[in-house]
Design a protein around this ligand. Structure first.
Ligand code: BTN
Length: 248
């Protein structure tokens, strides 16, 4: 089964479903299942994660039962490079009209003070050679900011829904992700750009793996999902795996 192309839409997202009351990381569990040949759509959820992972080695914190922690096995993607964009669009649409996307894949609200507060984080991982990817999503559906460490609360947001709405929100998210994965690249990029919170903003970045830091004005994404930045020396295309934005 590994590496076999699957037509988009073959196999519903959400089936089969593996739910854990407690697990280390749903992404790790989904990766394990994918390596064992789990079909497209296999979905891992958890009430609580003991080792939730974010991008670039960060920890993902979510109190039990207050957030969606979900990882979905995907096979046969038509445009693998655009997966993070498709997931971000699906999550933002699920959150609502006010949700914005901060490259590479945070879904945020913009506060009255202009500060960005993160309502969802996305961690896409995969083995293209084996034909699978995992889309991991942490979505603060019913987060009580009093239940997370102060440094998380300072930058976090919630959809403000109740805990018993986690399942309906998951159902909507999976439906929107199915649709986003089926969109033509130009249409997907258009939807992503309409929510791009960095467009026109001055940004700065570092390269944790080594290399020069930089600064410039964000100017959308290209067809590989790289962030385009106008700098003094021209336009640079930043790869999400190589840079990390300095916080604004
Ligand atoms: C980030 O913002 O850096 C990405 C956060 C991704 C968190 C989700 S929660 C479900 C899945 N399991 C994990 O361990 N991480 C992702």
């Amino acid at each position: 089964m590994t590496g076999r192309p699957v037509p988009p839409g073959a196999g519903r997202l959400g089936e089969p479903r593996h739910h854990f009351v407690e697990v280390g990381s749903t992404n790790d569990e989904a990766r394990r299942l994918a390596t064992d040949g789990a079909p497209h759509g296999t979905t891992v959820t958890a009430t609580s994660q003991t080792a939730g992972r974010g991008r670039q080695g960060r920890v993902w914190v979510a109190p039990a039962g207050q957030a969606l922690t979900v990882s979905i096995v995907l096979r046969g993607l038509r445009h693998p490079a655009l997966l993070p964009l498709a997931v971000a669009v699906a999550v933002a649409e699920t959150v609502g009209d006010d949700a914005r996307i901060k490259w590479p894949n945070d879904v945020v609200f913009v506060g009255d003070d202009g500060a960005l507060r993160k309502v969802a984080g996305i961690l896409c991982e995969g083995r293209p050679a084996e034909g699978w990817a995992v889309a991991g999503i942490g979505l603060n559906v019913a987060l009580d900011l009093a239940d997370v460490p102060d440094e998380v609360a300072a930058r976090a947001a919630t959809m403000g829904r109740s805990a018993d709405e986690l399942e309906p929100v998951l159902a909507e998210l999976l439906e929107r992700l199915t649709a986003a994965l089926d969109r033509e690249p130009a249409d997907l990029l258009h939807a992503w750009s309409a929510r791009d919170v960095l467009a026109g903003a001055e940004i700065a970045w570092e390269r944790p793996g080594g290399g020069d830091p930089g600064a410039g004005v964000a100017d959308g994404v290209d067809a590989q999902g790289r962030l385009l930045v106008r700098t003094d020396v021209g336009v640079e295309a930043l790869d999400a795996g190589e840079v990390h934005l300095v916080r604004r």
